[in-house]
Design a protein around this ligand. Structure first.
Ligand code: NAD
Ligand code: TYD
Length: 369
């Protein structure tokens, strides 16, 4: 019986992935290993609890002894476990290095020792850095700009080295930004959706024109499974839906879908080192037969509906320590924006493009393009 280990399976993508493995992909034995950090949530997998083909283990991927207990008989590892929020990595990067780099190393060692037949490393398009035009290909150099993306790039280098040096059959996926059910409300789309529902300001960094390529989480999960099952050992696969959007456009869409007020849009001081644009070429994963199934408008409708129908889930997450985090991350920025008026951020008042950014937000607030 095939045993599949999903690390980080109580987080956003990992929980969607474990559900998909046991559902449509008919896996026989799925083990989720998760440390349950602030980002991990047993509610995300509560529907899987009690199944005979599913097992949850609370633990750290850095714990070598624990891995020695879990890994014997494991056929495939999907390593989702990571510290994942760029803003938190800017405040404190040590935990990112520990889990994303050292944790991946511990898992790789364990995989080698216990004869795991496939190691799938869930990486990110952020390892390439920012691109002004065109799309990154898998062979492009890695130029990570945040402590988060640097730690993910470090992990990838170790994964690659275990293939080249020891012949461990690894595959790496680099996906673009995900959205959908169970995403922690610290991230852009769920933060804006839940703030819009609550009538709170929507803090857009900088000029609101940074571009991400958004993929519905189930499409990414299917691509990861295909890369795991059919990908060539040692290869990297970009994953993206080609739905490139500036943040301001998404914010406006969210306000519309949530039936909120455009006046909630608020330009705030930018994130340091904020990558301007991400875009990936997905020819390789499509050659394995993958296609996206959910277009952006449909995915956003489903996502906003999910957050509307699951207020208990995100309201509990937004309590307690999240409130302290929110104050630290946004308190000063929102105050400065309020003082400056009309959503004009302190930093951009003197910066280039400040006028047009302000005008774009004002136009959105007045309901014009
Ligand atoms: P998430 O923050 O929602 O979940 C991460 C999970 O890992 C949590 O359940 C957490 O408890 C667990 N975890 C953290 N440290 C751990 C440790 N030391 N041992 C065991 N478990 C630990 O993250 P996500 O958005 O679901 O991302 C999952 C993976 O996908 C990450 O590797 C991330 O880098 C990658 N990724 C995410 C995106 C995205 O848009 N969310 C895009 C590309 C790649
Ligand atoms: P995020 O969800 O943090 O993902 P990443 O930084 O890994 O791409 O952010 C997505 C985009 O949204 C990014 O350009 C930063 C921007 N953003 C805001 O403008 N305001 C916010 O409060 C957050 C969290 C993100």
């Amino acid at each position: 019986m095939k045993k599949i280990l999903v690390t980080g399976g109580a987080g956003f993508i990992g929980s969607n992935f474990a559900r998909m493995l046991l559902g449509r992909r008919g896996a026989r034995h799925v083990v989720v290993l998760d440390k349950l950090t602030y980002a991990g949530n047993l509610e995300n997998i509560s529907d899987l609890e009690g199944r005979t083909d599913f097992e949850f283990i609370k633990g750290d991927i850095c714990n070598v002894k624990l891995l020695d207990g879990i890994l014997p008989g494991t056929d495939v590892i999907y390593n989702f476990a990571a510290e994942t929020h760029v803003d938190r990595s800017i405040m404190e990067a040590g935990g990112f290095v520990k889990t994303d780099v050292v944790g991946t190393y511990a898992l790789l060692q364990g995989a080698l020792k216990h004869g795991v037949r496939r190691f799938v490393q869930i990486s990110t398009d952020e390892v390439y850095g920012s691109i002004a035009r065109g799309r990154f290909r898998e062979t492009d150099p890695l130029l990570p700009n945040s402590p988060y993306s640097a730690s993910k790039a470090g992990a990838e280098m170790l994964v690659r080295s275990f293939f080249r040096t020891y012949g461990l059959p690894v595959v790496i996926t680099r996906s673009s930004n995900n959205y959908g059910p169970y995403q922690h409300p610290e991230k852009f789309i769920p933060l804006f959706v839940t703030n819009a529902i609550e009538g709170k300001p929507l803090p857009l960094y900088g000029d609101g024109r940074n571009v991400r390529d958004w993929i519905y989480v189930e499409d990414n999960c299917r691509a990861i499974a295909i890369a795991g099952e059919k990908g060539v050992a040692g290869e990297v696969y970009n994953i993206g839906a080609g739905d490139e959007k500036p943040n301001l456009e998404i914010a406006r869409k969210i306000v519309g879908l949530a039936g909120a007020d455009m006046n909630l849009l608020t330009l705030v001081d930018d994130r340091p080192g904020h990558d301007r644009r991400y875009a990936v070429d997905t020819e390789k994963i499509r050659a394995l037969g993958w296609r996206k199934k959910t277009d952006f408008d449909e995915g956003m409708r489903k996502t906003v509906e999910w957050y509307r129908n699951n207020e208990g889930w995100w309201k509990a997450v937004k309590e307690g320590r999240f409130k302290r985090y929110y104050k630290r991350m946004y308190g000063g920025r929102l105050e400065s924006a309020a003082k400056a008026g009309s959503g004009a951020p302190r930093a951009s008042r003197s910066g280039s493009g400040a006028g047009s950014a302000k005008a774009a937000v004002r136009a959105a607030r007045k309901g014009r393009k």
